[in-house]
Design a protein around this ligand. Structure first.
Ligand SMILES: Cc1ncc(COP(=O)(O)O)c(C=O)c1O
Length: 427
């Protein structure tokens, strides 16, 4: 199977963390004889795998690794110390903070480094306008948020706090009108993600922010899957707060950031020292912050071209699948998605079985969020879209990044129909 797009030659991503053949998924064990791959005369590369799970994490970029090594080799001081070694570490941290802020159109002092996107989201939960002290808070968010936001919100609901979770359309986007209808006089916090991690659907955050602005509520967006996929500018978006994570854009794992507009305050989750201007205690990970800044710079520079390139590839991939197969559905609004994600449901199959068979064949894909890989329940995102149970069960998330090229896509297309047809035949 070939794609017509004129694109760069194959770039192979080394074997990810798991051992080859370690099938993942929740369905019954499946024995498949996968045909050797042969595309355009290329020999089978048994020692290499192809990675289609870029929404779960991305390989750390060489430039990022180099910067991290430099910082670890050169700096020995604690950025909170006042001696020369401490000041040198502080300068690197300040530079990273300023660079990340610059890419968002924010001030450096509005960035708080965190240990992950998860932590940034949970820190954001306590944001409020300075001086507003009412305990009668009402928060609004959506049913399609990442677990790192939805779970703590559910926890707060269970302990009696006021939270409304709005639904979404069958195409996977949150209607600004629904958010507006959920608003009450005591609503002081609204959060809707910018790009959904399972479907890639871009949410109407700007419209939601515009509607909510007059109320004075804090508007937060989880931009973890938007960074490097869309231009991000906090004033254009109209948001007060935004969460980021480095490992989704070729940065190191274990570092994220929360942008919080001047005039907001938060309740620190970690208490202790005065690091991060008293917003997060604990010695900062200077090397990871420096690597994160490099990754943000590269992502911002590459984004327009990558968006164009991956749109061509993703569209060709989906068109070819639809051409050769029956009973498949693309999940999420076709024309409102980032091109890095393709959520496809296959009738009559378990997505987990397809993912396991693809894993055996050398392809890394997922059925949804990586943090729910061992959870047999259907995706809360696809359920919120009111897709049929069969369509929820049959979903596979293919996600793409800078090393995804035409040949990788062709190889994937060469095996997916075969695997799905075999699975359908053994039902
Ligand atoms: C939309 C979204 N938000 C938050 C997170 C959590 O980020 P991290 O893995 O850095 O904790 C993820 C990770 O998958 C995500 O996709």
């Amino acid at each position: 199977m070939t794609l017509s797009a004129e694109l760069p030659q194959a770039l192979w991503v080394p074997h990810p963390r798991r051992e080859a053949g370690a099938a993942q998924g929740t369905g019954p064990p499946l024995q498949l004889t996968v045909k050797p791959l042969s595309v355009d005369g290329l020999s089978t590369r048994t020692d290499k795998r192809i990675y289609f799970d870029w929404n779960a994490t991305t390989p750390c970029l060489a430039e990022v690794r180099q910067r991290i090594d430099e910082v670890l080799a050169d700096l020995g001081g604690n950025p909170s110390s006042s001696h020369a070694e401490g000041r040198a570490a502080r300068a690197v941290l300040d530079d990273a903070r300023a660079r990340i802020a610059g890419c968002l159109g924010a001030a450096a002092s509005e960035i708080v480094f965190t240990g992950s996107g998860t932590e940034a989201n949970q820190l954001a939960l306590s944001l409020r306008r300075q001086g507003s002290s009412s305990d009668d808070r009402h928060r609004i968010s959506s049913a399609i948020e990442h677990a790192s936001l939805i779970e703590p919100l559910r926890d707060r609901m269970a302990s009696g706090e006021q939270v409304s979770l709005t639904g979404c359309t069958a195409e996977g986007w949150v209607e600004p009108q629904e958010i507006a209808q959920a608003m009450r006089p005591e609503t002081d916090w609204i959060s809707v993600m910018l790009v959904n991690n399972e479907t890639g659907v871009i949410q109407p955050v700007t419209e939601i922010a515009a509607r909510a602005q007059a109320s004075g509520a804090v508007i937060h967006t989880d931009a973890v899957q938007a960074l490097g996929r869309l231009p991000l500018h906090v004033d254009t978006l109209g948001v007060d707060a935004l969460s980021l994570s480095a490992h989704k854009i070729g940065g190191p794992p274990g570092i994220g950031a929360l942008y919080m507009r001047h005039g907001l305050e938060l309740k620190p989750m970690l208490l202790g020292g005065r690091q991060e201007s008293g917003r997060r205690a604990g010695t900062e990970n200077v090397a990871a912050a420096a690597g994160f800044a490099v990754a943000v710079d590269i992502a911002a520079t590459r984004q327009p071209r990558e968006t164009q390139r991956l749109t061509v590839l993703r569209d060709a991939f989906e068109a070819e699948l639809m051409r050769v197969m029956e009973g498949i559905h693309i999940n999420g609004a076709i024309d409102r998605r980032v091109p890095h994600t393709s959520s496809v449901s296959f009738d009559g199959c378990y997505g987990a079985n397809i993912a396991a068979a693809l894993d055996q064949a050398g392809f890394a894909v997922s059925v949804g969020s990586a943090c729910h890989a061992d959870d047999p329940r259907p995706s809360h995102v696809l359920e919120a879209m009111c897709l049929t149970p069969g369509r929820c069960r049959g979903a596979v998330r293919f996600s793409f990044g800078h090393a995804t090229d035409r040949i990788a896509m062709e190889r994937l297309l060469n095996v997916v129909p075969d695997i799905v047809n075999r699975l359908r035949s053994i039902r």
